[in-house]
Design a protein around this ligand. Structure first.
Ligand code: 5GP
Length: 191
């Protein structure tokens, strides 16, 4: 998506260790007009899919998911990072290793908000190694629901998550795929 790539080139900051900072429009200050254009594009890309729910993970996926959801006219459910898991059977649970904070979180979704009839579009801001998405897919599988597709704002194509998910047959649409980025020059190349 041209608009997003231009914005990443203009305002993205390449950090060391493969991290791209996009705090000024995607992760801290949020550009809602840009989110709206992204929502419209996801709607076009998944026009034929019978989506009943958008699933994301707190915190940075929520803003994008909410704007995307308006284009599909369906609710957003976000997976919560839990302090402790209450094993009363009311929750779907999984564990996710955080790329940016290098720690493992227990993640939950209430059984009230995801069930076997749901056709889910998973939305997130970044795709790196795929840990967050694999966790979200597990939650959908636990519910017996269907993963219709995965929509990502920025995929880092030099990390393995995206190619792995495509090989496993998931319908994955990333609006910008960063092929390489150089922390010395700040240069970013897209696939
Ligand atoms: P993964 O689970 O695919 O390894 O990493 C995806 C998650 O880590 C995303 O939910 C995102 O919040 C965070 N993340 C991964 N790489 C980056 C990055 O380069 N920049 C930012 N801002 N977040 C990232």
């Amino acid at each position: 998506m041209e608009l997003l790539e231009e914005r990443i080139r203009r305002d993205g900051v390449v950090k060391s260790e493969g991290v791209l900072k996009v705090d000024s429009f995607l992760n801290h200050q949020l550009d809602i007009d840009l989110f709206d254009a992204m929502g419209e594009e996801f709607r076009r890309l998944f026009a034929d899919a019978p989506i009943t729910k958008i699933l994301t993970i707190e915190a940075s996926g929520i803003g994008i998911a909410c704007v995307v959801a308006r284009h599909f006219g369906v609710p957003v459910v976000f997976a919560k990072k839990a302090q402790s898991i209450n094993l009363d059977g009311e929750m779907y649970t999984t564990r996710i290793e955080s790329f940016t904070h290098s720690r493992v979180y227990d993640v939950i979704v209430s059984k009230k908000f995801l069930n076997a009839d749901d056709h889910v579009l998973i939305i997130d801001d970044f795709l790196a190694n795929g840990c967050a998405l694999n966790g979200l897919i597990e939650l959908v599988d636990e519910a017996g629901a269907t993963v219709e597709g995965i929509g990502i704002a920025i995929e880092k194509g030099f990390q393995p998550g995206g190619d792995d998910l495509r090989h496993r047959g998931y319908r994955l649409e990333s609006l910008a795929i960063v092929e390489s980025m150089d922390p010395e020059t700040g240069e970013i190349a897209f696939r």
